[in-house]
Design a binder for this molecule. Structure first.
Ligand code: ADP
Ligand code: ASP
Ligand code: MG
Length: 471
């Protein structure tokens, strides 16, 4: 393992790294190892395994009055967390105390969910409260496991650690200045005492005390915010792969780890579906100037991926090829509607008002059409919003295709290098794949295009191979 000594580090463990007692122990051993080397550590925990998905399923079952399913999920959550507590906390007395609190949290969860069952409805606020149980349970178990290994550890809920947010439940935004000040105030004394602060990822709190969540994958953001507030040397995101890779390793077995990336490249990767990363987390590390490493809990001696302000030249212009599924393409056609000044702005504004994020946009002058990519689950709402915003009779046609995917090619070396686009599209054309829409970010860091969903994997393979990115 790298000999990292006397640094201030934030470690974040993702769900897979905490799925079950053995993995929790393994993660705690990593914390112990780096702490014994003289580093000051803050740990951020995600919920164990797929707990957040299970909590979402629990919510749906309660809202829709499916009692048996609700009961089955609750029972599973209870046994997963109790088993983890028993298996990860050795010391008898600590284990009993740990179990007591786990049981009491699980009981609270039962009470809240049965309220939702009887009402047959939840609010964004109560949903966030329910989702927060995943991280609160895992973090408490982790804290007790560390203590049982002889490591001084203090448990913090996000809000107590200083993660104060607005009240947009489900996708809350941290109130930056307050956060940075509070984080320092709350956690610095813990580090000075020589203890490890263990903080729930994903959740924050509004100034008036309600629990919020930061959006799926939000524990990454918790980690980089804490890192920024504390002026940490590095934030390490521990996950289940050796680092950020040239493409999703589940799509292509030959995907290779990228040793170093710039923040800009990593943000593009995160936006375009490298699921390992939360885009807002990278923004926080960028502004805070905190180096980020992605490391594998199952292979800790691997160097991982380092994200800093500079990129390194890997000898290839393209660093990664990503596939974003679960999207839909909406095309607005009609000379009068699209050809007028301000029409693109009006369409985008209507989507913004409906809270719908536009992933890609391209406008073709000759065909008088605008194409937009949005998340598939929001596609119908998006079409409605556009219809409402455009004057009757102006729009001739709004088409919505749901069987599409976005392929994104990322790399800082593409900047100012002619011929990248033609090579990318050449590689795709050779496989007989039809490209439906193209966009190039003005940063020239990324070329993205839309294909039929069934062609997505093949298009990724074509470019990955053409640029020799694989192992
Ligand atoms: P965690 O639970 O640790 O936060 P995630 O499940 O959010 O982990 O993200 C890690 C997963 O992201 C990996 O298991 C990998 O399959 C997937 N993934 C998708 N694209 C990439 C990529 N380009 N590089 C690395 N991992 C990727
Ligand atoms: N548990 C949350 C999720 O599954 C947050 C995270 O893992 O980062 O999205
Ligand atoms: Mg994640």
């Amino acid at each position: 393992m790298q000999e990292i000594i006397e640094l201030k580090l934030v470690f974040k463990f993702g769900g897979t790294s905490l799925a079950g007692p053995d993995r929790i122990r393994n993660a705690c051993n990593l914390v112990k190892h780096y702490s014994l080397l003289g580093n000051r550590l803050v740990v951020v925990c995600s919920a164990m395994g797929d707990t957040t998905d299970h909590l979402l399923a629990l919510l749906s079952a309660a809202e829709e009055g499916r009692r048996d399913e609700m009961e089955a999920i609750l029972t599973q959550l209870e046994s997963d967390h109790l088993e983890a507590t028993r298996g990860a906390v050795d010391d008898g007395e600590l284990r009993r105390a740990a179990e007591d609190r786990v049981r009491s949290m699980l009981l609270d969860l039962r009470h809240i969910i049965s309220g939702i069952y009887f009402l047959r409805e939840s609010t964004p606020k109560s949903r966030d409260l329910i989702l927060s149980f995943g991280e609160r349970l895992s973090t408490w178990i982790f804290t007790c496991s560390l203590r049982s290994m002889g490591v001084g550890a203090e448990y913090f809920e996000g809000g107590d650690a200083g993660i104060v947010t607005d009240s947009e439940f489900g996708y809350a935004t941290p109130l930056l200045e307050q956060c940075l000040t509070l984080v320092r105030e709350r956690l610095e004394p813990v580090l000075s005492r020589g203890s490890v602060a263990v903080v729930t990822g994903f959740i924050g709190r509004t100034p008036d005390g309600a629990i919020t969540t930061l959006g799926r994958g939000g524990s990454d953001l918790t980690a980089t915010l804490l890192g920024w507030g504390l002026g940490a040397d590095e934030v390490w995101l521990w996950t289940d792969v050796d680092g950020l890779m040239t493409t999703d390793p589940r799509i292509l077995k030959t995907a290779k780890v990228i040793p170093q990336l710039s923040y800009d490249e990593a943000i593009e990767m995160a936006v375009f579906g490298a699921k390992g990363l939360h885009p807002r987390a990278l923004e926080a590390s960028y502004y805070g100037g905190i180096r980020v490493r992605i490391k594998n809990t199952f292979n800790p001696s691997a160097p991982g991926t380092l994200i800093t302000s500079s990129s390194i030249n890997t000898g290839t212009l393209v660093k990664a090829v990503l596939l974003l599924r679960d999207v839909a393409m909406i095309t607005v056609k009609g000379a009068t509607a699209v050809g007028r000044p301000g029409s693109a702005a009006r369409i985008l504004q209507s989507l913004a008002n409906a809270g719908i994020n536009v992933v890609m946009i391209s406008q073709s002058a000759s065909e008088s059409s605008i194409s937009l990519i949005v998340a598939r689950r929001l596609a119908d709402r998006a079409v409605e919003a556009i219809k409402r915003s455009t004057d009757a009779g102006m729009v001739q046609k709004i088409e919505c295709e749901k069987d599409v995917a976005v392929v994104a090619v990322v790399g800082e070396g593409m900047k100012g290098t002619p011929g990248v686009a033609s090579r990318v599209f050449g590689a795709v054309a050779k496989r007989g794949i039809n490209v439906r829409m193209i966009a190039q970010g003005s940063s020239e860091l990324n070329i993205s295009f839309v294909v039929k969903e069934s062609d997505g994997v093949e298009a990724v393979k074509a470019i990955h191979e053409d640029y020799g990115l694989g192992a």
